[in-house]
Design a protein around this ligand. Structure first.
Ligand code: ZN
Ligand code: ZN
Ligand code: FE
Length: 762
């Protein structure tokens, strides 16, 4: 168990890039740390500046806040990646002298949100860049989305087609200028320009007139496809029910929530309740989408995020977005410019083809986007940021790991795909690719992997892939001609969480998600894996149940409900417990047959499907939904209710491990429902029971460190309560911070697993 001293002590590591060398940054960090009585160190390295400070979390947050607000005048932060780690017991604070002879790994910066200086110029009528949407400087602007090859020079970016005018060239060559060597430097005279197109390709307007006309169209309720930094957005007036409903219908988006862009923080706060932590995430240099609570009432129409207390919000991150939002003067839906699960469009001609039936107008420009980069998504969980989608603002910054890795690549999973390459202590995670469900997204996957390898001149000695033989990513690896290391899905989740927290085995990983291929060929998803140096043992799991219809259950929680009931009641007894009208009579008969014949009805231990099934039984969601909606609706059902009540469950000892029997819980839950007890109460009791399953299992696993990983831990109630209850019981708890708990994080775990497998072979 952790000692008292380390309970209150945490280590915060910040890796910052930007104008931080030779500007008095390290002495500033030193003074700030001493003032707050924090121990640790600061050092330059090939990635920028690495700061480590130890103390209690509140003081560390204070340090982090002041680091960004009290910067020395010439310093500027391009990225700040933060990670909480176990304390190591520093005795003082030191400036470490860096070994400048060390190898400098070329670092590609992420795309950077518009800096305050550039924004001021764009809004100043007398400035030569007044209302110029492509204004940027050394401190801001496009990077990753325009680089064609390294080194990062204008000739190696998509800006090479715009020769700089004399004035821009002079700025670029003047070491005292803010635009010294700003590769995408441009002005209205020499740089890219806007145009507004009809779906047929006719030019409606150009330059500033195009922007104003697009703003008028948005105000009039039209859908406009806007070419931004890393791809197209589909935008519409977020305060117009008709506009949002029409966008949803055309995009075939179901009820999946849409992100909203606000003109500035003040407007955002009128519609959303922000905690200090969330305010900082929203205004951070990475400028991600942040999930925050809506105010009630709000001018943002319910159709933006139906039956959802949260809203994904962001601020403008290019001058184009700043100008557009100011002209429209109301919040805009800003959703990926794609059709359902395809990757976002980056080219205006392709966009006109693919988004033809969706957008009324196309606001485009002639600066080519080299690679797609989606908006990132972040939320605050138990007081720390947790990334849910890692893309713009973060990609392709490496995640530094403790062990030295051979050159390896990982192809990721199937849903929320993301690939990775590794070299030495760095794992370069690609931007979010998406679900490999369509030809378009599979193509994007292939090109992102080859692009990342080319950019870093990386030749892998082996490819790590999921154990699932049917994943397109796995099949790609098998056909690559390279050695392939298969990695069990939930083991990859566990190693990803351990790697970013720099925690060594043994660790008990609670790896809960929708689905993953188990080593026994069944569908896993409710696993407790004991991780040691050699690999993992499956120490416990949720009792398996059937998924009638297999894959169809992902979008139909009612099928999971049938599976849960079928495992609990004999014969046809299960049918009477279904939620009202959830199947037709014929469907019920077909499902009954599947359950009893086991045809097309695989066994699963999936926690995600358990959530889905219970959501269906409570009548919250039945079919045609998006992956994870069942769990979300169940979490939202709790609302503001706080209770410690829970249901009973039992644990069966098997020869190979412990099986957690949730059937007593299900029976009690159904009895509650049939008594008319409120859904909020039942949902809270259900979540609390799952948390106690985790605590009970952790207590019997003989390991004092617990990692929480897998898509289920995107559920804030589950994650926060599990963290609190485990910590109260004396466990050290590790959760995701910089890589997503969902399948967007597994490429990192695959890399670590492959490195371990190769070491064993040697
Ligand atoms: Zn700037
Ligand atoms: Zn110019
Ligand atoms: Fe997963």
């Amino acid at each position: 168990m952790k000692s008292q001293a380390t309970d209150s002590m945490t280590r915060l590591r910040l890796v910052v890039t930007g104008a931080v060398q030779g500007v008095g940054f390290r002495p500033f960090v030193y003074r700030l740390a001493r003032e707050l009585a924090l121990c640790g160190n600061v050092a330059n390295d090939s990635q920028g500046v690495v700061i480590e400070v130890e103390g209690n979390e509140a003081t560390l947050e204070e340090f982090r806040r002041r680091l960004q607000t009290e910067l020395p005048p010439r310093a500027f932060l391009n990225s700040v990646e933060a990670c909480y780690l176990d304390a190591v017991g520093y005795g003082d604070f030191q400036i470490l002298h860096s070994d400048d002879d060390g190898p400098k790994s070329a670092l590609v910066l992420p795309d950077l949100a518009t800096c305050p200086d550039c924004l001021r110029e764009v809004l100043t009528p007398t400035d030569r860049r007044y209302r110029y949407p492509f204004t940027n400087c050394t401190n801001c602007g496009p990077r990753y989305s325009i680089i064609e090859s390294l080194p990062y020079d204008r000739a190696n970016t998509t800006m090479k087609i715009f020769p700089m005018c004399e004035r821009c060239r002079a700025e670029y060559e003047d070491p005292a200028n803010r635009r010294f060597h700003a590769q995408p430097n441009a002005c209205p005279e020499c740089g890219p320009q806007l145009a507004l197109w009809t779906p047929a390709g006719a030019v409606v307007a150009t330059r500033d007139e195009a922007l104003r006309a697009a703003a008028d169209a948005l105000r009039a309720g039209q859908v406009v496809a806007v070419k931004g930094l890393g791809g197209f957005h589909l935008m519409a007036d977020a305060t117009s029910g008709a506009a949002v409903t029409e966008l949803r219908r055309r995009k075939r988006r179901g009820d999946k929530p849409l992100a909203v862009m606000f003109g500035d923080l003040a407007h955002l706060e009128q519609e959303c309740e922000l905690e200090e932590r969330e305010r900082r995430l929203i205004t951070a240099v990475e400028s991600p989408i942040v999930l925050v609570r809506k105010r009630i009432p709000t001018a943002v129409v319910p159709a933006v995020a139906p039956r959802n207390p949260y809203l994904g919000v962001m601020l403008p991150y290019t001058p184009l977005h700043h100008l557009l939002l100011r002209s429209v003067d109301r919040p805009l839906v800003a959703t990926s410019g794609n059709l359902s699960e395809d990757p976002i469009c980056i080219d205006e001609h392709d966009a006109r083809e693919r988004l033809r039936g969706i957008a009324d107008l196309f606001l485009v420009h002639n600066r080519p986007i080299r690679r797609h980069v989606d908006d990132s998504i972040v939320r605050a969980v138990a007081g720390r940021p947790q990334i849910m989608r890692r893309a713009r603002g973060y990609a392709p910054l490496p995640v530094r790991v403790q062990e030295s890795l051979p050159p390896l690549a990982a192809v990721g999973g199937h849903l929320k795909n993301c690939v990775a390459i590794a070299n030495d202590h760095n794992v370069f995670l690609s931007q979010h690719v998406g679900d490999l469900e369509t030809v378009q997204s599979y193509r994007a996957f292939v090109s992102v992997l080859s692009d990342l390898s080319k950019l870093y001149e990386h030749t892998p000695i082996a490819l790590a892939a999921d154990l699932h033989p049917d994943y397109l990513s796995t099949q790609f690896a098998a056909k690559s001609g390279l050695a392939t290391v298969p990695v069990q899905h939930h083991y990859a989740h566990a190693l990803a969480c351990m790697a970013e927290n720099e925690v060594e085995p043994p660790v008990l990983a609670v790896s809960w998600d929708g689905t993953g291929y188990g080593v026994d060929g069944t569908v896993w998803g409710g696993e407790f894996l004991l991780i040691d140096d050699a690999g993992f043992t499956r120490s416990a799991w949720l009792r398996p149940f059937q998924l009638p219809g297999g894959e169809a259950a992902v979008r139909e929680p009612r099928r999971s409900a049938a599976g849960l009931l079928g495992a609990t009641f004999s014969g046809s007894g299960w049918q009477r417990y279904l939620a009202a009208d959830c199947f037709t009579e014929a469907e019920t008969r077909a499902i009954d047959q599947m359950l009893h014949s086991s045809l097309n009805s695989p066994q699963t231990t999936s926690a995600g499907r358990l959530f889905d099934g219970v959501a269906s039984l409570l009548g919250l969601v039945q079919s045609n939904c998006y992956e994870g909606e069942g769990g979300m609706q169940l979490e939202f059902a709790i609302g503001a209710l706080r209770s410690d009540e829970r249901y009973e469950f039992t644990v069966d000892e098997h020869e190979t491990g412990r099986e957690i029997d949730w059937r007593p819980m299900l029976r009690a839950l159904l009895a509650d429902r049939d008594k008319g007890i409120a859904a909020a109460t039942i949902a809270a009791r259900f979540h609390n029971t799952l948390v106690e399953m985790i605590v009970t299992t952790a207590k019997t696993a003989g390991c004092d460190r617990v990692a929480l990983t897998g898509g289920c831990f995107q559920n804030t109630y589950l994650a926060e309560r599990a963290i609190r209850r485990l910590e109260e019981s004396g466990f050290a708890v590790y959760r995701h911070q910089r890589v997503p708990p969902n399948d967007g994080g597994i490429a990192l775990g695959q890399i670590i697993a492959a490195a371990r497998a190769l070491r064993k072979e040697m």
